[in-house]
Design a protein around this ligand. Structure first.
Ligand code: HEM
Length: 255
């Protein structure tokens, strides 16, 4: 009969050096951000900030239909926000910095999620249907996101800096500046295409942000779809109406 007394375990050294290395702890938020779930949260939260901005921006731009005085008054109101608690334009700059931060984080999270997904799925989806669906959604988000980003850069140079607005840009004359820019058919068409791309991005974005935030349930998936279609349609219809109204001479600079 074999003896049941076992020999003392041999003194084993670790297989690799990494086992003995202490993992360096990152600050809490960076630690969460290094995971796929953390990046998805960042995408969703920065996406919500972006949606809030485009919705309020579109509603504000509807003042264009009330004429130059109303529109310029609204542009001035944005510069005067929280005056005299804070000096003129400070609140606007804080909002601008928040928005820039949100856009940069949104792009970084999207890029690093793509890298993470590629590492996690070196083998293609086994079902052709899932592969086509996942690929279509991510490719659509990529190109629509790039068009929207290029549009924002153009738009800031056009209406905030005034460098692409043609010779007539006058600081403080927001109504005249926007009408003059949209009166150029090529620019108006670019605005229309960019806003349709924005709509596609928003539709898929709103749909996925429910998933990322953990608000997905078969019982309200129908609502989710309707919310995504509703928000995207509202913003696209409002924004596309501006270049069309200028081209159709409904909105014009009074001579
Ligand atoms: C046809 C649609 C749009 C029109 C007519 C329009 C019009 C304007 C105008 C007139 C300004 C300058 C306001 C001022 O001088 O205070 C402006 C600024 C801006 N717009 Fe738009 N916009 C449109 C769509 C968009 C979209 C889709 C985005 C983002 C995706 C966007 C992002 C911005 C940003 C970030 C600023 C700068 C805000 C600032 O400097 O305070 N716009 N827009």
């Amino acid at each position: 009969m074999a003896s049941t007394i076992s020999k003392p375990a041999p003194d084993r050294s670790p297989v690799t050096g990494t086992a003995t290395q202490k993992r360096k702890r990152k600050p809490f938020l960076l630690d969460i951000y290094s995971t796929a779930v953390g990046k998805k949260y960042v995408m969703a939260i920065t996406g919500i900030i972006g949606i809030g901005f485009v919705l309020v921006h579109m509603i504000g731009n509807l003042k264009m239909y009330l004429g130059p005085a109303e529109f310029d008054h609204y542009a001035e109101f944005l510069r005067e926000l929280l005056v005299p608690i804070l000096p003129r334009t400070v609140t606007l700059w804080l909002l601008r910095l928040t928005l820039i931060g949100a856009i940069l984080l949104h792009i970084h999270a999207a890029y690093s999620l793509t890298i993470l997904n590629r590492k996690a799925r070196p083998v293609k989806y086994q079902s052709e249907r899932d592969y086509v669906a996942a690929n279509f959604a991510s490719r659509t988000m990529r190109w629509s996101g790039i068009i929207v980003l290029l549009f924002i850069i153009w738009h800031l140079l056009d209406l905030t800096a005034g460098t692409l607005n043609g010779s007539g840009f006058v600081r403080g004359h927001a109504y005249e500046n926007v009408v003059n820019t949209l009166d150029r058919p090529a620019v108006a068409i670019f605005y229309i295409i960019a806003n349709i791309a924005l709509g596609i991005h928003l539709f898929h974005g709103v749909w996925s942000l429910f998933q990322s935030m953990g608000w997905s349930n078969p019982r309200f998936n129908k609502w989710r779809r309707e919310a995504a279609i509703g928000i995207a349609t509202l913003i696209v219809v409002g924004n596309v109406s501006f270049p069309i109204a200028v081209l159709a001479n409904i909105v014009k600079v009074k001579s």
